[in-house]
Design a protein around this ligand. Structure first.
Ligand SMILES: [Zn+2]
Length: 409
């Protein structure tokens, strides 16, 4: 076969085919070299044409028409006439790894595949080592993360998730405006978050205007330390769970049938309507409101708890902080009249986190709408996390899952 015809088939710029080594139906091996004669010394920048020696590197390429293709790249080492240093040449189409080498276009395909399937599946499909795919994913992910962090992050979302159920917690950082994951770091303590924030640098930190987190005291300390200028908002879904906790405890006490061991153990009407009791009133149809009314009738404590919960929901449903304060006031009025012990802890929490809960009204609602998407994103991350033992491998893999892969290998 004519060398010129082969290079057309390879479609690689600056690659010259020296020989076709193997040309079988099941595989193609082609010996290639760079077309350049003159290179620049990587030490001093002077031009040189003096070849010291060369080595043959096997470079995996995209399959050509389904046929696995390997390039044998004759890689030259030049010696410089100016500084007499020697250096191996690079090629723009070839990624030289530690043991495995691939063409840039195969690397791009591998990264695309990593977005659609597991590392193991990609390794099997391309007959490449798992570690190579993982290393490529990490490199690529580092580059994507670096690029994302160069851009300003106005709204920073902080959340946590775990590798395997309840094990190896990680802190996830997301740009609330773009939905892109900025980083995933091991642990969920103050040091983990502080470490990430410090690494971003002063300018990046100044750009953050809103931080959203769950009710973790460790996160709050790190935020106060490094993002004191930003508005810290508690994630409203997290707060809603706190609100509901008081109602759930009251319901559990009231549904119980004394003495212990009696059958049934619960008053079924109260137990069966437990989700109904937690639903926001504006989400209920007339039929369901009527059903709820029957459960709450003649049960003043349950009814008081329900009314308190609805007022607490009102804090976030309010149009502004004045209205939110009215909702809080209405909650406190009922609590004064019917001081249910189950709400004591919630009142303490409200005092402790009041600023962060009410800060919701200092941020625009578009921001808060975007934040709702985070929970879904974390759900996807959790499914991917299964099978990873190593936090940084998981982080590299997970980072690519989110939108906005701007660069390519
Ligand atoms: Zn030189």
């Amino acid at each position: 076969m004519e060398p010129d015809a082969m290079s057309v088939r390879l479609h690689l710029r600056r690659i010259r085919v020296i020989a076709v080594v193997v040309d079988l139906v099941e595989k193609l091996v082609v010996e290639v070299a760079d077309t350049r004669r003159v290179v620049r010394c990587s030490w001093c920048g002077f031009k040189t044409t003096r070849i010291h020696d060369s080595r043959r590197l096997r470079v995996r390429d995209l399959a050509a028409h389904g046929r696995p293709t390997t390039l044998v790249w004759v890689r030259r080492r030049f010696s410089c006439g100016e500084c007499s240093e020697r250096s191996w040449e690079d090629h723009p189409e070839i990624l030289v790894g530690r043991r495995t080498h691939v063409t840039r276009r195969l690397a791009r395909q591998l990264v695309r595949d990593v977005n659609a399937m597991s590392i193991r599946e990609v390794a099997r499909r391309h007959d490449l080592p798992w570690h190579f795919i993982m290393a490529l994913t990490r490199d690529w992910s580092d580059r994507v993360a670096e690029e994302r962090r160069r851009r300003r992050c106005r709204v920073l979302l902080i959340d946590e998730t775990s590798l395997r159920r309840g094990h190896r917690y990680v802190t996830v950082l997301i740009n609330g405006d773009t939905g892109q994951t900025l980083g995933i770091v091991a642990h969920r303590n103050q040091a983990a978050l502080s470490g990430f924030l410090l690494a971003q640098g002063h300018r990046w930190l100044r750009g953050v205007k809103v931080v959203v987190s769950d009710g973790s005291g460790s996160y709050r300390s790190a935020i106060a330390q490094h993002l004191g200028h930003a508005t810290h908002v508690l994630d409203r879904f997290h707060v809603a769970r706190w609100f509901a906790a008081g109602m759930i405890e009251v319901r559990r006490r009231i549904q119980r049938i004394a003495p212990q061991g009696s059958r049934p153990a619960f008053k079924p009407a109260i137990f069966r309507s437990r989700y109904l009791q937690l639903t926001r009133l504006d989400h209920l149809s007339d039929d369901r409101i009527e059903a709820l009314g029957r459960v709450l009738a003649d049960r003043p404590e349950l009814e008081a708890a329900w009314r308190m919960l609805q007022h607490l929901y009102g804090i976030h449903l309010a149009e502004d902080s004045d209205e939110a304060n009215q909702a809080l006031g209405a909650f406190i009025d009922i609590w004064n009249d019917t001081p249910l012990v189950e709400f004591d802890r919630l009142v303490e929490t409200l005092l402790e986190w009041g600023d962060e809960i009410f800060a919701f009204h200092d941020t625009d609602r578009i921001t808060n709408g975007r934040i709702e998407g985070t929970n879904n994103r974390l759900g996807v991350l959790k499914r991917v996390a299964y099978g990873f033992l190593n936090v940084s491998n998981f982080a590299a893999r997970a980072l690519l899952l989110t939108p906005g892969m701007a660069t390519s290998p």
